[in-house]
Design a protein around this ligand. Structure first.
Ligand code: SF4
Length: 424
């Protein structure tokens, strides 16, 4: 078994100056995260208060899925609603009443704000408070922003989870809180490992349904599973919770380091940890071998998109032998990414924010083997002969933990194979 802790990276990219750019950017808005959040929270409904553009975005993002009863929708505010905010509030109340009387299965309702100026003027937090009073205790009504002015597509999850923190009840119990929306199957794998480690009291945010909503307190330590949850982490810390600093659980190395930090926090000794993880760890290494043979030595360039870029670069460099040229991320939350940055060998440019034209220039010049970017950039870059990977797939596919390490690597193998096939 490789011992990656011996890799000599001397602080890695921890102190690499970050190239900060502020210009035109090409990223989906936070409404997109509703697609995976509604799958996770099985009794929640996401009511976007927005325009026809927002409704179209949701429809096309969810276009491949067929629902008998969808759990998201758009309350479209027309220009005429601008005439009076009182009317807009009444209109929203009517929409919510119609929805909740038709759908007794809904226990949590999120009012999701968007960009149009009429929506920005509408005070959704006041609306959520008012509606919470009307429908309590059957339905909890919260609000957050998914607006493209304020959020990139994964930040929608962050603003959603952060909106839940103030309403979580208080507990004095010692417990672990796993924070971030994971597919149930992946969440269950982690819960099984925690249970085998003897960490019994484990809760998740978000929970699968309202009745399982966690309580929190100063004896709760939390571990993030996604690097884009900065606002949620701050909100939890402000309620006295302790954040467990770790890499993010992508690949064998990331998962091992993440579990090590959690085990240490809960007083689990290293030999117990090694015993429990040795099976899944070697399965992950085995699964990575094939992908590594193809990815090793290939170069990669990340456009800022999902905020997963830094941990993914760490995974692809250290575990798949790739060379990162530029690792661009919409935001680099240094405090959350310390562990991952310190494991990336010095070399790549780490950039934050975007000036798309400048970055395109750098990318064309570098001619990477794979470019990770949003849908809007992928087609033109493919047309220019570059091989691309859509960043959005990385959040729609189960990629965390040991059992998914091979699948994560193969997401990067596929575009290379496709390009080879096209050449034949
Ligand atoms: Fe709606 Fe703004 Fe997102 Fe466009 S960017 S879909 S207007 S929230």
């Amino acid at each position: 078994m490789n011992d990656l802790s011996n890799i000599e990276v001397a602080g890695g990219c921890l102190n690499t100056p970050i190239l900060k750019e502020r210009g035109q950017r090409e990223v989906f808005c936070g409404l997109t995260s509703i697609i995976w959040l509604h799958r996770k929270m099985q009794d929640a409904f996401f009511l976007v208060v927005g325009s026809r553009t927002c409704a179209h975005l949701l429809q096309s993002a969810a276009g491949v899925m067929i629902f008998a009863e969808p759990r998201f929708g758009t309350a479209i505010l027309e220009e005429k609603d601008l005439a009076g905010m009182a009317d807009a509030h009444e209109e929203l109340d009517r929409e919510v009443e119609k929805l909740l009387s038709r759908r007794p299965d809904i226990k949590q309702l999120f009012l999701v704000g968007s960009c149009p100026s009429e929506v920005i003027k509408l005070d959704l937090s006041r609306a959520a408070e008012r509606l919470s009073r009307v429908y309590a205790p059957r339905v909890r009504v919260l609000n957050y922003s998914g607006s493209g002015i304020e959020t990139t597509f994964t930040q929608g999850e962050d603003t959603c989870l952060a909106s839940m923190v103030p309403v979580l009840e208080k507990t004095e119990e010692r417990q672990l809180l796993m924070v971030g929306s994971l597919p149930d199957i992946v969440e269950d794998q982690f819960l099984k490992i925690f249970s085998e480690l003897g960490i019994k009291n484990v809760k998740t945010l978000p929970a699968r349904n309202k009745d399982e909503t966690p309580s929190i307190g100063i004896k709760t330590s939390f571990a993030l599973v996604q690097p884009f949850l900065g606002e949620t982490a701050e909100a939890l810390e402000s309620r006295g919770l302790k954040r467990i600093e770790a890499t993010f659980p992508f690949g064998e190395q990331g998962t091992t380091e993440w579990l090590k930090a959690i085990a240490k926090e809960f007083g689990v000794d290293d030999s117990t940890l090694q015993k429990i993880i040795s099976g899944p760890r070697s399965r992950a290494e085995k699964a990575l071998k094939q992908a590594k043979a193809i990815l090793s030595g290939k170069s990669i360039f990340f456009f800022p998109d999902s905020q997963l870029e830094v941990p993914l670069a760490r995974f692809l460099i250290n575990e798949c032998g790739m060379q990162a040229i530029e690792v661009g991320s919409p935001y680099v939350h240094k405090s959350l990414l310390n562990s991952d940055l310190s494991l990336i060998p010095p070399g790549p440019v780490i950039s934050e924010g975007q000036d798309v034209d400048l970055q395109l220039e750098r990318c064309r010049k570098a001619k990477p083997d794979i470019t990770v970017c949003g849908l809007g950039l992928a087609n033109p870059l493919e047309g220019e002969g570059l091989t691309t990977k859509w960043a959005i797939e990385l959040v729609f596919t189960p990629v965390h933990g040991y059992e998914q390490a091979g699948d994560l690597a193969s997401l990067f193998v596929r575009p290379l194979k496709r390009r080879e096939a096209l050449k034949l």
